[in-house]
Design a protein. Structure first.
Length: 114
């Protein structure tokens, strides 16, 4: 009888092991799609957030560069206009010959003109 009892116990253990495996596999298949969907949703959200941040920084940099270029352009135009005005004033104030204009411009470069 003890041989029969041991054999029944072995079958019960193996049956329990098989049933536990089946229940575990069923739970894994039931829960895994949810986990995969959640991971995918998180990855998509993270990628979108990252893309939005990169786009915003690009726009900010573009506006800063545009403003800087605009400022440099305005300064260059102001310098050009100032130089033209200086030449026009000098020509109007005094009738200068070519050599006098050249001398005036040379002195203006060295800031000797008062």
């Amino acid at each position: 009888m003890s041989g029969q009892a041991n054999q029944n116990r072995d079958y019960r253990f193996l049956t329990g092991l098989a049933m536990g495996g089946l229940v575990g596999a069923g739970l894994a298949m039931w829960l895994a799609p949810r986990a995969v969907a959640e991971i995918k949703a998180r990855a998509v959200d993270s990628a979108k957030t990252f893309g939005d941040a990169v786009s915003q920084r690009y726009r900010d940099a573009r506006f800063r560069v545009t403003d800087a270029v605009g400022g440099l352009t305005r300064q260059g135009q102001e310098l050009r206009d100032g130089a033209c005005d200086t030449v026009v004033r000098a020509a109007k104030d005094v009738e200068l010959g070519a050599q006098d204009v050249q001398q005036y411009a040379t002195e203006a470069k060295t800031h000797k003109v008062v």
